[in-house]
Design a binder for this molecule. Structure first.
Ligand code: ADP
Length: 461
């Protein structure tokens, strides 16, 4: 500024000097004397100072809005919110100042929308059950959500850092490396170590590019453990069911063939083989009925329940009388201890099925002259049925497995050969769960077992 003023000043003095000399010569028609020259020079300096001062004042006044607008634009570039510039309408810069004010308003709107979108995205990502991680072209983590941190069982820092600090699983690291080198998206099901059990996840590593050298890698992890478990269960069920169905069918056709081949001529063999065929046919029928029951329960939704008020004691009495014949073979006493008039709102058909299965097991796995007792308890929120027997009992390590489909406790360990499909308790479990209930077992080998089913109390609607 000082430099500029000095230069202006010198130029003004020089011009003034020339003008003064020319004017003086024109007026005198003579050459200017030395003393007149000095006086002229002094006068010239004074006038020049006044001129430069006045010029600068005028210049600064004109420059003020420009300086203000420059500061404002600089502030806007730094995402600050400088105040609007207010100029009189007759100011030369009025239109420009208004345009900058509008631009600032627009910029603020865009910024606010961007911040809001960012917040929404962050919120969405934090609730998303899918693990998300964005890796930049320098192999650094730009962003990752909480699900990703949970999958990797690590805390992911906010600051950019190499992705290998978070991802250690070999298959996932090599999948990402492949995408970096081939620039092509990949997908693979991998196993992640997990607490308490490992997880199967579908990993998608997606290559996204906006230009030749600018690209990002998006890593998505989706938990498929349950889907795989269900698939495996269905496969196991199918193979177990076909295996179990094959056994009686093979026996029936084998004995029938032997009879046809001539064994039928011996009345004793004929009788014995027909007995086996009948027994195996019965087993086959039971198995098919159980398999059908399981698939029927699975396909039914909770809304398909038929709720009605059921007198629990009456219902148990009815079931005990149908199983009385089976119990008397082993001289087993069936005792209904449920007080009369206890009414609960439930699905009667399902409850019948549950009681039938539990009581018939309690008879089947009981000793000679044993007993089966049915008890009932109710609180304000739930009611419980207990089926207690005096039978062979179930070892501790078998107790959680008996609800699995086709699981039967090894008969060599129970020292008792009892017919069954291994589906009864699996059916009971499905039925109890479909009524939002719970089932538990307490048992001791050689003493007996108690199966308890508990249901929430349903009010009449
Ligand atoms: P099953 O058709 O073999 O009876 P379940 O699913 O009803 O099939 O029962 C599974 C296994 O649990 C049985 O094979 C038996 O070993 C055991 N079990 C079930 N109920 C009892 C019980 N009341 N006492 C002893 N063992 C039982």
């Amino acid at each position: 500024m000082i430099k500029r003023i000095s230069l202006e000043y010198l130029v003004t003095v020089a011009i003034n000097m020339v003008v003064f000399f020319l004017v003086a010569q024109l007026l005198d028609g003579q050459t200017v004397s030395a003393s007149t020259g000095i006086q002229l020079l002094e006068l010239n300096i004074l006038i020049s100072m006044i001129e430069v001062g006045a010029f600068n004042l005028a210049f600064r006044h004109r420059q003020q809005p420009v300086t203000a607008m420059t500061h404002k634009v600089e502030g806007m570039l730094k995402d600050e919110e400088p105040a609007h510039i207010l100029l009189r309408k007759d100011n030369d810069y009025y239109e420009l100042a208004m345009a900058i004010n509008h631009l600032q308003t627009h910029q603020q709107k865009v910024l606010r929308a961007k911040t809001q979108q960012g917040e929404e995205l962050r919120l969405l990502l934090s609730y998303l059950p899918i693990g998300v991680m964005v890796i930049d072209r320098y192999r650094k983590v730009e962003m990752a959500n909480s699900a990703m941190a949970e999958f990797l069982q690590t805390e992911i820092r906010e600051r950019r850092h190499p992705y290998t600090q978070d991802i250690h699983q070999f298959e996932l690291v090599s999948l990402i490396s492949q995408v970096f080198s081939n620039k092509q998206s990949q997908r693979k099901v991998i196993t992640l170590p997990g607490m308490p059990t490992e997880k199967r996840v579908e990993a998608s590593v997606i290559y996204t590019s906006t230009s030749e050298d600018f690209f990002q890698i998006l890593v998505l992890l989706y938990d498929v453990t349950e889907i795989y478990a269900v698939e495996k269960m269905q496969m196991d069920f199918l193979s177990n069911a076909s295996h179990e169905l094959k056994t009686p069918v093979t026996a029936i056709s084998g004995f029938a063939e032997t009879l046809q081949a001539g064994a039928k001529d011996d009345p004793e063999t004929l009788n014995q083989f027909l007995g086996i065929i009948q027994k195996e046919s019965k087993r086959l029928t039971e198995l098919i009925q159980d398999v059908l029951s399981i698939s029927r329960i699975e396909s039914q939704s909770i809304s398909q329940q038929k709720l009605s008020d059921v007198d629990i004691s009456e219902l148990v009495d009815e079931q005990l009388s149908t199983l009385q014949q089976m119990a008397s073979v082993k001289h087993i006493v069936l005792v209904n201890q449920i007080p009369a008039g206890e009414v609960q709102r439930t699905d009667e058909r399902k409850l019948v099925e549950i009681i039938k299965n539990l009581v018939s097991n309690a008879i089947k796995y009981n000793r000679e002259d044993g007993s089966v007792t049915i008890d009932y308890e109710a609180t304000e929120r739930e009611w419980t049925l207990k089926v207690t027997d005096t039978g062979i009992g179930i070892a501790q390590n078998e107790q959680s497995r008996i609800f699995e489909r086709f699981y039967r406790v090894d008969s060599s360990r129970t020292k008792q050969v009892v017919n069954g499909t291994g589906l009864g308790l699996a059916i009971v479990l499905e039925l109890v769960q479909s009524l939002q209930g719970q089932i538990s077992v307490k048992s001791q080998r050689g003493v007996g077992s108690t199966f308890s089913v508990t249901f929430p109390i349903k009010q009449q609607q």
